[in-house]
Every structure is written in structure tokens, then in C-alpha cells.
Design a protein around this ligand. Structure first.
Ligand code: DAH
Length: 366
């Protein structure tokens, strides 16, 4: 009895005074390890008579758990002290001039995405996202591209071997349009979103990379018409290019998910015939370049997404973010966007201190 009391007082005092984690661990092994003194005592229980065990059992168990608790408590104290000590020695001088430290830059794609979010936030749009690994239904079927639809062939899709619950192969999304479906299914109507992100197609040359970026726009509400679409695109492009003389041309086109469908060209000359935008300006249609696809959301798409097309309608658009960046900032090779070449980034990147805001101008100064 007195031996046990003595052992306990001794153990608890030494634990309480353990100077560091290593000393504490040595004590744990000394008392509670396989060969430890308390473990040794526990083993004697087996050789006792039932009467002895009835008295000694609770005492020894109590000793073991008190010792273990004391070790845990001391451990917490030591860890806390270590953290405090570290915090006291480390310091962060917020007054150091940041521009003298090594710095990174913001990639033009990120910059343009920030600009888009800023411009559209001002028009009441929020930013939506969806998965890059998509299923067939969201990427194609619900966008009115049934399995046999010829438009599917234009997408050069990357497929996975894995199939979804319908037995269809999963894929890398070929456009941001599936986010239209996901947003309608998830939040119902009305809706005003943009959805920027990565998309993938098996294609590669100076103007095509297997991964590129799009931004999708979707407005669903009551009594929405083509005029709203045109005004929104005009307002967006004027804000984006920071020019009031941006002219647009809407051409009838075809997309399975819009009806009617409109392709939008932007004029690259001003009224005096001077070039005002970069890019491949003299391509088809002198003075115009093709910029984005859009249209009134096809009633079937609205229905696929679970909304009543008699009640809700709206417009959608999709545009290449990389292309927007090239036009605005004058790069001509898309592949350089994804090379990670420090010299290119130094030249075309943006200062992280120059966040695009509408009040200061969304066109950051490089
Ligand atoms: N998803 C189309 C593409 O990748 C672009 C597009 C066209 C999106 C028309 C739209 C739209 O939302 O209305 O080629």
C-alpha cells in the first residue's frame, strides 16, 4: 500500500517536472512501457488470490490511468509552451517593402477571369462553377445533343474508361455549357451567372491547345429577349476593352442548346479604319472577328434542367477566355500561355497589387 502511494507520488512529481517531450517520453516508457514498472505491477495481478486481486486491482488500475492522464496533461503543457516560444521568436515585418522581395505575377488568364467577374458582378451576375470531369448527360444530352447528334463529333472529346450510372463514359468537359444545366438544376430560376473555367478538346496548334478556358454566361428569367442579350454583350465588351466605340455584329448561327443562335463578331477597326483591337483581324469577313457564341436558351434545355419553358426563358453565351486575353493584351501564340516560361510571365503577367476594379478600370496596368 505505502509502496504504491510512494510510487504514485514519485511518478506524478517526475512527470510534472519533465523538462521536455523527450524526457516525458522516457518517463512514459519507464512507467507504462512493456517493461515499465507499473506494467510490471499489473502483471502480478494474475498471480494473486481472488481476494487480493479484488483489493489490488482497482488500486493498480487507478495508478495506471492517473499516470497516463498526467503524461497527457504534461504533454499538452509542453506543446503549448513550444508553440508560444516559437511565436515569440518568429516575426513578420509587415512594413518591409514588398516590391523589393522576389515576386510572382498574375497570369493573363487569371487576370482576365478577375476582370470578367468584376464586370459581370456589376451587372448582378454571380460566379458559378462545375466539375471538369463531367458526365455525358450534363456535357451533351441535357444541352440538346442526343447520342447521335452530329455536333458531338465537333467536340473532339477526351473520354475516360470509367462509366457513369447510365453506362456512359465519363469525359473531360468540352465546354463550360454544362454549368448552365448544373446551375438551373441546383438553384432553379431566376438565374444570372457566369461560369469561367478550364475545358478540354483533343486539338493542338498555334490557336488551339488541348486545355483552354471559356466563360459561360446564363440569364434565366421572365420575358428575357434577344435585346437583353445584345445589350449585355455590348456592355460587357465595352467595359472589357475599355472603349466606347466597340461595335458588334450579330450573325445567325446554329448551336443545339440555343434557338435562335447568334454568333457575335467584334469590329477591330474604328470609324476611320484604324486598328483598335489586336488578334487575327483580317480573317473571314474584312474588319470583323468572330468572338463568341450565344443565343436564346433552347426550350428543350430549360426542360432538361427541370424548369418550365412556358414560364422561364433566357439567353446564354460562351466565349474563349484565352482569346479575350490575346485580343486585349496582344499575344499571338496561345501555346505560350501554358509553357510556364518565366520570361513570358515577366512580360505579360500582372502585378498582384493591381486588382481589377470597375472604379479604377478593369484593364490593369501590366
Ligand atoms: N459551348 C459552345 C462551344 O464551346 C459555345 C457556346 C455557344 C456557348 C453558344 C453558349 C452559347 O452558351 O449560347 O463551342
Amino acid at each position: 500500500m505505502t509502496d504504491l502511494d510512494q510510487l504514485k507520488t514519485d511518478a506524478l512529481t517526475r512527470i510534472e517536472n519533465a523538462p521536455d517531450a523527450a524526457a516525458l517520453e522516457a518517463l512514459r516508457i519507464e512507467f507504462l512501457g512493456k517493461q515499465g514498472s507499473i506494467s510490471g505491477l499489473m502483471k502480478t495481478l494474475g498471480k494473486m488470490t481472488p481476494e487480493e486481486r479484488q483489493v489490488q486491482g482497482p488500486l493498480l488500475n487507478g495508478l495506471r490511468s492517473e499516470t497516463a492522464d498526467a503524461i497527457a496533461a504534461r504533454k499538452a503543457v509542453l506543446e503549448n509552451a513550444e508553440l508560444e516560444a516559437r511565436l515569440a521568436t518568429e516575426s513578420l515585418d509587415l512594413t518591409l517593402p514588398a516590391h523589393e522581395s522576389p515576386k510572382g505575377s498574375v497570369h493573363p488568364v487569371s487576370q482576365v477571369m478577375d476582370e470578367l467577374a468584376e464586370i459581370f458582378a456589376d451587372l448582378g451576375f454571380s460566379v458559378a462553377t462545375g466539375p471538369e470531369i463531367e458526365d455525358d448527360w450534363h456535357n451533351f444530352t441535357a444541352l440538346n445533343m442526343a447520342e447521335t447528334h452530329p455536333a458531338r463529333a465537333m467536340h473532339d472529346t477526351f473520354y475516360f474508361p470509367d462509366v457513369d450510372s447510365d453506362g456512359r463514359r465519363m469525359l473531360l468537359r468540352t465546354h463550360t455549357s454544362p454549368v448552365q444545366i448544373r446551375s438551373m438544376v441546383k438553384q432553379g430560376a431566376p438565374i444570372r451567372i457566369i461560369a469561367p473555367g478550364r475545358v478540354y478538346r483533343s486539338d493542338s496548334d498555334a490557336t488551339h491547345t488541348p486545355m483552354f478556358h471559356q466563360v459561360e454566361g446564363l440569364v434565366i428569367d421572365k420575358d428575357i429577349h434577344l435585346g437583353h442579350l445584345k445589350w449585355t454583350l455590348e456592355t460587357f465588351l465595352k467595359a472589357f476593352f475599355e472603349r466606347d466605340d466597340i461595335v458588334l455584329r450579330l450573325r445567325p448561327s446554329y448551336f443545339p442548346f440555343t434557338e435562335p443562335s447568334v454568333e457575335v463578331d467584334v469590329g477591330w477597326q474604328d470609324v476611320k479604319g484604324r486598328r483598335v483591337l489586336g488578334g487575327d483581324g483580317d480573317a473571314p469577313g474584312h474588319g470583323w472577328m468572330e468572338l463568341l457564341g450565344s443565343g436564346m436558351v433552347n426550350a428543350r434545355v430549360i426542360e432538361f434542367a427541370g424548369l418550365d419553358p412556358e414560364e422561364w426563358q433566357g439567353f446564354a453565351f460562351g466565349v474563349g477566355v484565352d482569346r479575350l486575353a490575346m485580343l486585349k493584351y496582344g499575344m499571338d501564340d496561345l501555346r505560350a500561355f501554358f509553357d510556364g516560361d518565366q520570361r513570358w510571365l515577366d512580360h505579360y503577367g500582372f502585378s498582384p497589387f493591381d486588382q481589377p476594379t470597375l472604379s479604377a478600370g478593369v484593364g490593369a496596368k501590366a
